[in-house]
Design a protein around this ligand. Sequence first.
Ligand code: GLU
Length: 405
Amino acid sequence: MLTGKRVRIRAKGKVFEGIVMPSFTGNLVLKLDNGYNVGFVEYELIEVLGELEKVEFKREILRKEGLPDVKIISTGGTIASKVDYRTGAVTSQFTAEEIISEIPELAEICNVSAELLYNILSENMKPAYWIELAKRVYESLKSYEGVIITHGTDTMHFSASALSFMLSTPKPVVFVGAQRSSDRPSSDATMNLLCSAKLSVSDVGEVLVCMHGSTSDDFCYAHRGVKVRKMHTSRRDAFQSINAKPVARIYYPSLEIDWLSSRFRRGERELELKDRLEEKVVLIKFFPGLSAEIIDFFHSKGYHGFVIEGTGLGHVSTDWIETLKRVCEDSIVVMTSQCLFGRVCDRVYDTGRDLLKAGVIEGEDMLPETALVKLMFLLGNYDFETAKKLVKTNLVGEIESRSVY
Ligand code: GLU
């Protein structure tokens, strides 16, 4: 691992010296002494010029009797990163000592153990990682009172959906992230983590996402993992429950919890893991003019699960009907809406009725991403006919029985 080290390289006929920055593309990214970052695809390493000093955390953590034990699993993202101002490198070791020394108030809520599972930006997540994460959480739930997962915010709702379906949990499993890294004055990391710690020891047995509820530092929302979506690129209150109420509001700094909707309570469900996902499932956003060849393409590659983000109530062009009819013979096709808010209803217009006749299944009020992960889960764990039936069955709160206006 060269990350964080000063190196001398030869590239493009010249010699460069600088600090190796974290890179997720496979290219070498150097921070030069003039402060600029430069990426190199081809280079020759001449010399490693030294190691960075490790930051030592002196604070000793004493386990407090009587406080619940909570496991924090880190997967990366902004919440786990700290910028080293000497180098500009973003680092994360994420030991319990590091977390507690950053946020000492955590030690008043629970005894924290920490595990660094991944250190990736969440756009680099994949179903195989969701499976591994679900297994780690499952193991942790056997001995801890709750689990917190720190995660990049971009795809947090996919991971939260995956764990919601794969894990039946009697205890809280709380995803948390940050829109601004902890070294920035406007960071949301501390408040989000403290609120999620409080949730992780509370009376709930579900997979939740805990993020800022407003642009001020006054409360966080706990969203159901299958009903939440990032709705803004940068606001601290970017996460919203869609077609559902948040599960709870956690006030800051009092950390009092207001439960806002019905929930699985702590101990209500048995701990169980279904650890298979079918990866050959695709989410396709329809737009005017998109050819149904896209469906044939994936079908010819062995895909048997399709989620379509249709227009309005759940439509695609009439040109698609014949293709969909054919594909529905051996595949599950679920219709969701690019409106996100509201429920799919294909009984209103002719296109919709034709889609239903072709075998397309209405995705009710499910988010497209939730429907995608659900279909991966269903095709991975059940036979085809059962999977088909379960699409419209509410399993873990992903479908609300009625839409409230
Ligand atoms: N895009 C990165 C991610 O989702 C960083 C942003 C963040 O952590 O919120 O992991």
